[in-house]
Design a protein around this ligand. Structure first.
Ligand SMILES: CC(C)(COP(=O)(O)OP(=O)(O)OC[C@H]1O[C@@H](n2cnc3c(N)ncnc32)[C@H](O)[C@@H]1OP(=O)(O)O)[C@@H](O)C(=O)NCCC(=O)NCCS
Length: 124
């Protein structure tokens, strides 16, 4: 068994600028349709939700980079962040077909200017 962790912090402004300047090109490169729906369906914190998911993808990449042959830019929209009914975020890595995953845990937090993510993965 081995455990890997990843952590990331991002300025919400950077993600807001990318979305405003690059629009769908950026959104589709980074996010899945269900993530876009989740972020767009919130009232005041749309860009914080987008930034938290970006941080989550970076944190996940840090934890799994030894297990995959792809570059960071190629995997962002293959990692999906979903929220359980109670709000807890979970990582869906099915599209990456990583072998021997025992369990994973993801935690997100955001304030006005920053979003952070912490991810752990346990391999069999
Ligand atoms: C879940 C909770 C801890 C989130 O904390 P917060 O300070 O409001 O917000 P944060 O920015 O730190 O975290 C937000 C993220 O928490 C995550 N989250 C939500 N519900 C969660 C849960 N049940 N378990 C784990 N993570 C959860 C989500 O990923 C969310 O971000 P997202 O919507 O972009 O996915 C909080 O809303 C909550 O329910 N607290 C219960 C205790 C309470 O009511 N305390 C108030 C005392 S004054």
């Amino acid at each position: 068994m081995k455990i890997r962790t990843g952590i990331d912090i991002i300025e919400v402004d950077r993600i807001q600028e990318a979305i405003e300047n690059l629009g769908e090109r950026f959104l589709n490169k980074v996010y899945t349709k269900s993530e876009i729906n989740y972020c767009n369906n919130t009232k005041n914190m749309k860009y914080q939700h987008y930034a938290a998911r970006f941080a989550a993808k970076e944190a996940i990449f840090k934890a799994i980079s030894n297990e995959i042959a792809l570059n960071e830019g190629d995997i962002l929209n293959k990692i999906e962040i979903i929220n359980r009914q109670d709000g807890k975020p979970m990582a869906n890595l099915e599209a990456l077909q990583i072998k021997n995953i025992e369990s994973m845990d993801l935690s997100l937090s955001h304030i006005k200017k920053y979003a952070v993510a912490s991810f752990s993965i346990l391999f069999k």
